[in-house]
Design a binder for this molecule. Structure first.
Ligand code: PEP
Ligand code: MN
Length: 678
């Protein structure tokens, strides 16, 4: 009888198909495990149970390692496998919780990116949305700035922007955009970039003459690219687009650096895989949206912020000490020059923690006390899900657990009075503002002088030369003049600002000028050293928040009928938006007394001194309204300990286009400085 004998090949085939079957089972089981894990998440959410149970994760790993031994499997391998499975579960549970918290479920979101479909930005965005219960539409943009604008203008809900790469470093343009936009960071993606060289189906490595590539991609593949003999590199704005270009021209001598996905998308051949200098090449992307999100305290989160600390020795160390004191780990610190002030650095900081956490709030309050500028970009779920290895070593043996220092503590610190950042309760030491080397609030009296309005080049130059010679340190001049009557001189606008800035440069005096509206803040900040908020704008809250985003010091004038409490609340708007360099100016208020233009509330100086750490100056000119009253009021300001005065001075007050009657002549000013012994 013939017994059918299986050939060797057939036998291998059978074994392989059994293995395939087992793999299928593993996949089904993984999917089933995930489904159960999601159910657990929903139950935990209902009962407000903690999400990450380190104890359970550890004992689960221990049990799996023990079971592995019984099956003759390597416990270290099993631990590594289950760590991945647990991380996936944790991520899934976090997504469930975050989706619930921020109500995104079932929505369609429009995502703006730089580049077209198949770009790394889009691949990163897809990775970000895995497990998020939303559908998405992509809006490809030419520049990063266009993607940001699309979100600002509401044409997109989010933008996904690359910020740094492990091989080529930070992407400066995106950092600058983030600082100047009002968008919030709502998420991050760490995306593994695998560059490939793509060509037409008939292309060969040897036959290449030209390679297209995005400058960042070329840098990350520089070793491979330099080794290609006799090949020209042409920079291209976008990786996927360079792939599409190859498809369009169909030339076998031209190739592009792009992803494998782009090869599939444009029907190209992968000439070589993994051409990056480093096989572990990651790009970190930030996801930004108009509104910030809340991150559940159960989820490990990260916060991004920007700050400037000034150039005093040890200033940065001092500020970073605030994080150390609260046991908060910094995960990134990068500096960029400040756009308006090239000698000063802005520091981009990422730290572990959530801005709703009391520890983080304490640290941030400490930073606000010391920094010149701070802007929180947002808190978001961290992608660095570190494996829970605390009590297990590779062999699965138990180690003693280290004590945990994480205390989740919710709720903001209560504010003592409406102005928590401006108050002495927040900061007992006086704030000293450094205006290009001039210290305001540091004990010396600072004198700001100049005409009410910038009228002409000659007028400002003459005034500047003279007040400087008499001892003034800052130059004032209104370029935009908010006037009671629409028919009065309204100022020379930006032309005036150019003149004032030129006079400031020539006479080495920082300039102070009034910014009339939120939309002018960014442009005026380029030239003005101090942004003045006029009395009539003291409660223009949009303007206050906008100057709060500037890195220039702000002089806030007291409103015509504002209480000191309201003045401090107005300062609070600026501080809360990020700018910590604010000083206050008492300039007289409306009372029943009509003998002076306004009534100088000289008591405001000592009262404010008690309540706030911010410097306080006095403007005797607008209080007096009359030249001969200016000097006595200036002396009074000095006597009560003001940090400075601001005086209107005109070379020819009789011909002044505004506030002539209260302007001192150049001689009057020189006399005043002598009587003040300045
Ligand atoms: C000024 O200082 O130019 C000015 C307009 O003053 P105030 O806003 O105090 O009236
Ligand atoms: Mn004036």
């Amino acid at each position: 009888m013939d017994i059918p004998v299986q050939s060797n090949d057939d036998h291998i085939e059978t074994l392989r198909s059994n293995v395939d079957g087992i793999d299928g089972d593993i996949l089904n089981l993984l999917a089933e495990r995930r489904r159960l894990s999601l159910e657990i998440a929903i139950e935990k959410q209902k009962n407000r149970r903690p999400f990450r149970d380190e104890g359970r994760e550890n004992s689960l790993l221990m049990e799996r390692a023990e079971a592995a031994k019984a099956h003759n499997l390597d416990p270290a391998l099993v631990i590594r496998l289950w760590e991945q499975i647990l991380q996936d579960s944790v991520r899934l549970q976090h997504e469930q919780l975050q989706g619930e918290l921020n109500g995104v479920e079932g929505r369609n979101v429009t995502v703006a990116l730089q580049g077209i479909e198949g770009s790394y930005s889009q691949l990163a965005a897809e990775q970000f949305f895995v497990d998020k219960p939303v559908t998405r539409t992509y809006l490809g943009c030419v520049r990063f700035a266009d993607a940001v604008e699309a979100v600002e203008q509401g044409r997109a809900d989010m933008a996904v922007l690359p910020v740094e790469n492990t091989t080529s470093g930070g992407i400066a343009e995106v950092y600058d955009l983030l600082l100047h936009s009002r968008l919030s960071v709502v998420g991050e993606v760490k995306f593994r970039v695998k560059h490939c060289l793509l060509g037409t189906s008939d292309a060969t490595l040897e036959g290449l003459k030209t390679v297209y590539g995005h400058p960042q991609a070329v840098t990350q593949c520089s070793e491979f690219v330099t080794a290609l003999q006799g090949v020209d590199v042409i920079y291209f704005g976008d990786t996927a687009m360079s792939g599409r270009r190859i498809q369009e021209i169909g030339d076998h001598t031209v190739a592009a650096i792009a992803s494998e996905e782009a090869a599939r998308m444009f029907g190209l051949q992968v000439l070589k895989r993994e051409i990056g200098n480093r096989s572990e090449n990651y790009t970190r992307f930030l996801v930004v949206a108009r509104d910030s999100i809340s991150v559940d305290p159960q989820i490990p989160s990260k916060t991004s912020m920007v700050m400037s600390v000034g150039n005093d020795p040890g200033a940065l160390m001092d500020v970073l000490g605030e994080f150390r004191d609260e046991q908060i780990a910094l995960v990134k610190l990068e500096s960029r020059p400040t756009v308006d002030n090239p000698w000063e650095e802005m520091f981009y900081v990422d730290f572990d923690g959530n801005s709703a956490d009391a520890r983080v709030q304490r640290a941030l309050n400490g930073v606000r006390r010391k920094a010149k500028f701070i802007r929180l970009l947002g808190s978001y779920p961290s992608q660095d899900l570190r494996p829970q290895r605390r009590s297990l070593d590779e062999k699965g043996t138990k180690r003693t657990p280290e004590p945990s220092i994480t205390v989740v503590d919710r709720g903001p610190i209560p504010s003592p009075n409406g102005y928590m950042l401006a108050g002495r309760g927040h900061k007992s030491a006086n704030t000293v503002i450094d205006i290009s080397g001039i210290k305001l609030g540091g004990g010396d009296m600072v004198v700001i002088a100049g005409p009410c309005a910038v009228e002409s080049y000659e007028q400002v130059m003459e005034a500047a030369a003279s007040v400087k010679a008499s001892g003034a340190t800052l130059l004032r001049g209104g370029c935009f003049k908010p006037r009671t009557s629409p028919y009065s001189f309204q100022g020379l606008g930006y032309e005036g600002l150019e003149i004032l800035a030129e006079a400031g440069r020539v006479h080495d005096m920082p300039i102070v000028t009034e910014v009339p509206a939120p939309e002018e803040v960014e442009r005026m900040s380029e030239l003005a050293d101090v942004l003045q908020i006029g009395a009539r704008n003291m409660q223009n809250f949009t303007l206050l928040s906008e100057v709060g985003l500037s890195s220039r010091p702000v002089m806030l004038k007291r409103g015509l009928s504002a209480s000191l409490d309201e003045l401090l609340q107005a300062a609070e708007y600026i501080l809360a938006a990020g700018n910590q360099q604010v000083f206050l100016c008492e300039r007289g208020i409306r009372t029943f007394e009509t003998s002076t233009r306004n009534t100088l509330d000289i008591a405001a100086v000592p009262v404010l001194r008690n309540r706030t750490h911010l410097p306080v100056i006095v403007d005797p000119s607008h209080a007096a309204g009359e030249r001969r009253l200016v000097a006595p009021l200036a002396l009074a300001a000095q006597a009560v300990g003001a940090d400075g005065i601001m005086v209107e001075v005109h070379p020819n007050p009789d011909e002044a286009l505004s506030d002539g009657p209260q302007s001192l002549t150049l001689d009057d000013f020189s006399q005043l400085m002598i009587s003040m012994r300045m």
